[in-house]
Design a protein around this ligand. Structure first.
Ligand code: ATP
Length: 365
């Protein structure tokens, strides 16, 4: 990696009359004394927090933020309990050793919270006063679209820049192919459904498995393809429940010994229990069971993919703050780091890939 200290501030600018005493060339390399770079740097101390629902890999992101900041000579402050911690000034310094031995842990060492007070201008004013008092020059927010909405409003009102890292198992944030925790949650679900399949086949059972994703069917769709589910019910596909009977009957004609139907929570049909209840009279030959996977999907040691991507995003978020960015989310698109304005990330809807919906249907015949 190039040494940032010799890339900024802009060398040509520093050569102007006002600043020329500080700069020069040494062995044909542009030279700016370190004390002057420190003096000029806008960002000297950053805060980091996790907000909204937790997701595996948030700790790896906190580590990425902390170590990148320290590498760049910045101080780091951990803000505990999300935006509530900003309002209560629940701040403590993070050092390199503070983030040792956390990359493999689920949850978040900074704790997370939902904070009603931050939704009010008065709450955000309190948060600003506390950040100013602690001399925090920029903040990295690791969270979902609600957290980014709060961050966007704050940046419209106040001069402390916020940069976001997408952290949610739902993978539903526009502008990034990937959100921290999704890969781990998906693998947890696949492992659970494989186990359910074993017992379902042994007893000729039909299982309705409810997975997380109240407004987004990414976990349901991908886990459905990965486990060979007979049907997948997701919020993005309206009316799919009506086709369910026909889909299962097609499978029955092939004498399938088990049926797994994956239902994203909060689906228009009312969740796995409600759908199972409606179908039980049509399939009396099956012993129908419902399994709601629930919060186990949020926990566990993050996958290698989540750890690597969280590390990349943590690093990118600090670089963005140093580069004077604000009100943006760092994301990963086609393998590359991207910057997406909060406004876009929150407003635009990320749809599931409909080719994959078709694929799931073809492969379940
Ligand atoms: P997840 O996707 O896991 O639910 P999230 O970040 O979307 O994560 P939310 O509960 O929606 O989770 O939001 C987290 C916090 O962000 C809220 O508790 C609140 O403090 C802040 N927030 C959300 N929406 C707003 C808003 N409209 N204005 C100000 N702050 C907001």
């Amino acid at each position: 990696m190039a040494d940032r200290k010799y890339q900024r501030p802009d060398f040509e600018y520093l050569k102007t009359a006002k600043f020329r005493l500080f700069v020069g060339q040494k062995n044909n390399v542009n030279f700016v004394p370190e004390f002057y770079i420190d003096f000029m740097a806008k960002i000297k101390k950053i805060g980091v927090l996790t907000s909204g629902g937790d997701s595996p890999g948030m700790n790896a992101a906190i580590r990425g933020v902390t170590r990148t900041a320290i590498y760049n000579g910045l101080e780091v402050i951990g803000i505990r309990h999300g935006y509530q911690g900003m309002i209560d000034a629940n701040f403590s310094p993070l050092y390199s050793h503070s983030v040792s031995d956390i990359i493999q842990r689920g949850g978040t060492i900074l704790k997370t919270a939902r904070c009603e007070e931050f939704r009010t201008p008065e709450g955000r004013q309190k948060a600003y006063n506390n950040l100013k008092e602690a001399q925090i020059d920029g903040v990295v927010v690791i969270g979902g679209d609600g957290s980014f909405t709060g961050a966007r409003l704050f940046n419209e009102e106040f001069d402390i820049p916020f940069v976001g890292i997408p952290g949610t198992i739902d993978n539903d944030i526009y502008g990034t192919d990937y959100t921290i925790g999704y890969d781990t949650a998906l693998n947890t679900v696949v492992e659970a459904i494989d186990k359910i399949r074993d017992t379902a086949s042994a007893h000729n059972r039909m299982f309705f498995v409810e997975v997380m994703g109240a407004e987004a069917g990414f976990i349901a769709l991908y886990s459905g393809i990965a486990t060979g589910a007979e049907a997948i019910i997701i919020p993005e596909l309206k009316g799919e429940e009506r086709n369910l009977k026909a889909m299962i009957e097609t499978g029955n004609s092939r004498k399938k010994s088990s049926n797994i139907i994956i239902v994203a929570e909060g689906d228009e049909g009312g969740g796995a229990f409600a759908i199972a209840e409606k179908l039980k009279d049509d399939f009396r030959e099956y012993d129908i069971r419902v399994s709601v996977l629930g919060h186990l999907q949020r926990g566990g040691s993050p996958s290698a993919m989540d750890r690597v991507n969280a590390s990349r995003l943590g690093h990118a978020a600090v670089e963005a703050l140093i580069d004077d960015q604000k009100s943006v989310m760092v994301g990963i698109s086609n393998g590359e780091i991207t910057l997406v304005p909060f406004r876009k990330a929150v407003k635009l809807h990320k749809d599931v890939n409909h080719n994959l919906v078709d694929l799931a249907k073809i492969l379940s015949v």
